[in-house]
Design a protein around this ligand. Sequence first.
Ligand code: F6P
Length: 360
Amino acid sequence: MKRRIGILTSGGDCPGLNATIRGVAKACYEKFGSDGIEIVGINDGYSGLINNECKEMEPSDFSGILTMGGTIFGTKRTPFKMMTVVEEDNVDKVKAMKDTYKKQKLDCLFTLGGNGTHKTSNLLASEGLNVIGLPKTIDNDIFGTSVTFGFHTAVDIATDVIDRLHTTANSHGRIMVVEIMGNKAGWLTLYAGVAGGADMIVIPEIPFDIDKLCEACEKREKAGKAFSIMAVAEGAFDTEEAKMKKKERAKKRVEAGEKTASARIAATIEANTGIETRVCVPGHMLRGGSPSAYDRVLATQFGTRAAELLFKEKFGYTVAMVDGEITENKLEDIAGKTKFVDKDDQMVLAARRIGISFGD
Ligand code: F6P
């Protein structure tokens, strides 16, 4: 029996998407032979599934992509909350995705993505499609897996940024505030902060008190340390903002003309301490380029495990890493949940033990 599978990548891109796609594809060709399986690449995430924008893949398409950043299929953000909303184009998106699945005669759909992607995967699984998810994101915030592919490469890049900022911070005796991606969860800032030797780490899970951050900078100055490095997550907010509802906080930010807290933190620190302060925002550079060795290995483990799920006809699952072992979770158990940094996470405790301030 010849199988036919579809693969899509959805949400923000990250290093390791192609390595994971390659893992799925190569494992399938090994198992069924190149005549025993047909692979369909779906363009631009769920948008391609809605609009039946697909391409037939050949085994050679999956060669030479292990080290490539981005995604060979393209990706798009198609918010989960809009999936069940019929917009101006009058398209019933869920029906359209099911129709494409049928038209393409797919036996299974592999979805590579983050939290939003997994929610839609779960919806499609509940609608009767055979779906297998793979956990992607530099944010590392997918519930039920200790790690996602893309995370460690981003940690490496952010660490390199912090390393490089040390020289300017030191030469000029400045405070360098580096804003690191991570809107909801602070994993990337926490890990890169520890790896890069940041003096302060500010994450959404631990709302900051600006006075405490100023104190931490002054304490270092008094101890003869000419500079400080502060790693601030994109989604960080202060103790006052923590009391507000999400919408109220967003409104306040719009009124203040700010998207993130980093510039405000830097300006207040400079005004209150008199120490020259600068902000650096590496932004999407954290998602760019070739995956690290760790992520290539993880992508291969995840991709081939996902293929195994197909072989066993175990659908409605997403692969995961739990206690160092590659395993899987039911999509319905993890969809819609976010993995946040716990205040007592071992990495937070280790950081505190070496004197890193969280501004709390
Ligand atoms: O989810 C990954 C992520 O990189 C977040 O860290 C960041 O907030 C967001 O994507 C940025 O998204 P976009 O590429 O749409 O600007």
